[in-house]
Design a binder for this molecule. Structure first.
Ligand code: TXA
Ligand code: MG
Length: 326
């Protein structure tokens, strides 16, 4: 792929959304803000376009993508939605909750989107950048986080540019993202069992309460969401968790009254800590070779924050699959 110039335009610029939609229509990629992290978008019905996502990210081809829809009815055109799923969609959409559901057959969705699985992950984003883009294209948009595979997810247009400069034509800028970490993912199967595949800012407790049933942990040993593989969201620096005091050469990311060099939330607000998390790790990564992170309580959104920092700290393979064609 020859390198191009990556342009950043505001989501408030109407012609820019039309231009982004035309780029997708032509089978190419754009990045766009959502309320969680920025997404790398392709027309989900175009197999060649979807393959470009895997190539640009260096993403292993067995790791499926989320289909972004503008409403429940667009979701209903690609997956089977039971009563429980419908109820939860009505409660939490548009917003940061992704549903893994049985796909309808035959389907318009490109086979590469779900990497051969009988399910498709669907999410209806709230941020007008991605929401308006789906409406303009009038088709589902496949979009993983807009970062090179295995690296930190982008929470600003600048983060996207620093990872994918020259590889995409356009970034739809929606400012710093509100939530700062990726959506919560659940699966609902034919027995109506709900499993948590990835924690997020909508917590399992909130979902259980809305559904009136328990949410199981995902104990499958085979891949259901490769975001769960040990090393992910990896900065360059080594990371030490549950740090209360800074050691020599470390950059300490604080929380609450453990001040640190920079604090995720000095009044210990977990939503604020999630919003600042990836941005703060990026800054720390530029400042030092070693990062320490203060303990984050395992309650509410703290569960998702701990999930992300554990992955960031996990031992990583010498090389990821970066650069490997899909
Ligand atoms: O907030 C988000 O979810 C962001 C924004 C852009 O919407 N997207 C995002 O996509 O985080 P990505 O590709 O970085 O993470 C999606 C996760 C992956 O771990 C993938 O394995 C899982 O969703 N996934 C996708 N389809 C699946 C399926 N059919 N079954 C199980 N897991 C699936
Ligand atoms: Mg990702």
């Amino acid at each position: 792929m020859t390198d191009m110039i990556t342009q950043v335009v505001s989501f408030k610029d109407k012609p820019a959304i039309a231009r982004a939609s035309a780029i997708l229509e032509a089978g190419n990629l754009v990045a766009a803000a959502t309320e969680t992290v920025y997404g790398l978008a392709a027309d989900a019905t175009n197999d060649i376009a979807v393959k470009k996502i895997y190539k640009v990210k260096g993403r292993p081809s067995n790791n499926p993508l989320i289909c972004h829809v503008c409403d429940v009815s667009m979701a209903d055109s690609i997956v089977h939605i039971n009563e429980t799923a419908k109820h939860l969609m009505e409660k939490f959409w548009p917003g940061p909750l992704t549903f893994v559901l049985p796909k309808r057959e035959p389907t318009q969705i490109a086979a590469t989107v779900s990497a051969g699985l009988p399910t498709i992950a669907v999410r209806c984003p709230k941020h007008p950048a991605m929401q308006n883009l789906i409406q303009a294209l009038n088709r589902p948009i496949a979009a993983p986080s807009a970062n090179p595979s295995g690296k930190l997810s982008p929470t600003s247009a600048q983060d996207v540019v620093s990872g994918l400069q020259g590889k995409i034509e356009l970034v739809i800028d929606g400012g710093r993202t509100d939530l700062g970490i990726e959506s919560t993912i659940i699966s609902i199967d034919q027995y109506n069992t709900i499993k948590l595949l990835r924690p997020g800012t909508i917590t399992a407790d909130e979902i259980a309460e809305a559904a009136g049933q328990e949410i199981l942990d995902n104990n499958d040993h085979h891949i259901t969401a490769p975001g769960q593989l040990s090393s992910h969201y990896a900065p360059n620096a080594q990371i030490r968790l549950d740090a209360t005091v800074k050691q020599e050469g470390e950059y300490l990311i604080g929380f609450g009254n453990i001040m640190g060099d920079r604090n995720l939330s000095d009044h210990a607000n977990l939503a604020e800590a999630a919003r600042n998390l990836f941005q703060t790790i990026r800054i720390a990564d530029r400042e030092a070779d070693k990062i320490a992170i203060a303990p984050i309580p395992m309650v509410g959104i703290g569960i998702a924050i701990n999930d992300r920092i554990k992955r960031a700290a996990a031992p990583r393979p010498p090389e990821t699959n970066e650069g490997q064609p899909a």
